[in-house]
Design a protein around this ligand. Structure first.
Ligand code: PLP
Length: 338
């Protein structure tokens, strides 16, 4: 055991539930959620639905399953969704939509700002013709690798989707980071979409859980797919209580994580590292010609956990303080002389 806790910058998924969050979990009223009888799950679903301006919500164990259930509900076998090459719903979910739904992805390169070029999206929509998969859905991600999509872009994507009769899904794993960064109500973002998936286990600090949001009819169908994919939990209110606690206490404080990311980025740039300006809670930093293993071991030896890479992703979160940021900058300073 280390005497001091790690400064863990690998992801915002590593947060530990606080004592207060654990107390809320212990106090939760629960029931069997497959019967729709868990009052805490029901409360989480309706609370978040109201926040994002949608009719209904569905609590799921993970964001991957939430996106998968969205895809299975929007698309049938031989249908297609348009998605970014580096999108979680394409690259990081094990090909689930294809494996389980016979749904074909049409990946496109992301633009520099984190969205898909809408002319390219339009060009990728297949004509109605027996040769082609049927293009049903456009998927966006916000934030995308820490980048915030402008609301005006979302309005244009919405217009394109409705003109071309596509559904529009948001992988909003970190949509509250986007809302806080723009100082807008989250509904200004989410109401541009047909459906939205929100993670409670990222910056919001809950131990597990995501919520899929959409119309009542959509969520009724999604509930079936949740059961089919094995995501129907029973006394899930224990987990939902953590989510409700997070919605109440951990949204506005995301601004601190964004500030810490900015301080870290500025500190690293002052040391001569190439680090892109942080819009939310992620800093991407290039370690240049350093040996990746050597560099990572040196950082780790100074009590800081990172995922080794030439372009490092450093993520700030609930368990990272300003003092931790200062220590991290010192550790990177020490590495300059490796
Ligand atoms: C984390 C994440 C998800 C969901 O991941 P789970 O680990 O399955 O909860 C989905 N999309 C994005 C962009 C994510 O970062």
């Amino acid at each position: 055991m280390r005497a001091e806790p790690w400064i863990d910058l690998r992801s915002d998924t590593v947060t530990q539930p606080t004592i207060e969050m654990r107390r809320a979990m212990a106090r939760a009223d629960v029931g069997d959620d497959v019967y729709g009888e868990d009052p805490t799950v029901n409360s989480l679903e309706s609370t978040l639905a109201e926040m994002v301006g949608m009719e209904a919500g569905l609590f799921l164990p993970t964001g991957t399953q939430s996106n998968l259930v969205a895809l299975l509900t929007h698309c049938g076998r031989g249908d297609e969704y348009i998605v970014g090459q580096q999108a979680h719903t394409y690259k990081y979910e094990g090909g689930g939509a294809a494996v389980l739904g016979g749904i074909q992805p049409q990946p496109l390169d992301f633009s520099e700002f984190g969205g898909l070029n809408l002319q390219q999206v339009e060009a990728a929509i297949k004509p109605l013709n027996d040769h082609f998969a049927r293009t049903r859905l456009l998927c966006l991600e916000n934030t995308m690798q820490g980048k915030v999509l402008p609301v005006q872009y979302l309005i244009e994507a919405n217009r394109l989707a409705s003109n071309r009769e596509l559904k529009l899904h948001l992988d909003g794993a970190r949509v509250f980071n986007a809302a806080v960064a723009l100082s807008v109500d989250v509904a200004a973002i989410t109401t541009q979409f047909t459906t939205v998936s929100v993670c409670l286990s990222k910056g919001l600090g809950a131990p597990a859980g995501s919520v899929l949001l959409g119309s009542s009819d959509f969520i009724k169908e999604a509930r079936r797919w949740r059961k089919v994919t094995g995501g129907g939990m029973r006394q899930a209110g224990i987990l939902a209580a953590a989510g409700l606690y997070a919605l109440e206490h951990n949204i506005q404080r995301l601004a601190e994580d964004h500030l810490h990311a900015r301080l870290l980025q500025e500190g690293l740039c002052d040391l001569g590292y190439q680090a892109a300006p942080a819009q939310t809670n992620m800093v991407f930093v290039d370690i240049g010609d350093f040996d990746i293993e050597l560099f990572s071991r040196s950082i780790q030896g100074q009590g800081i956990r990172i995922n080794p890479a030439r372009r490092l992703r450093l993520v700030t979160h609930l368990d990272i303080s300003e003092a931790d940021i200062k220590k991290t900058i010192k550790a990177f300073a020490a590495c300059r002389s490796l």
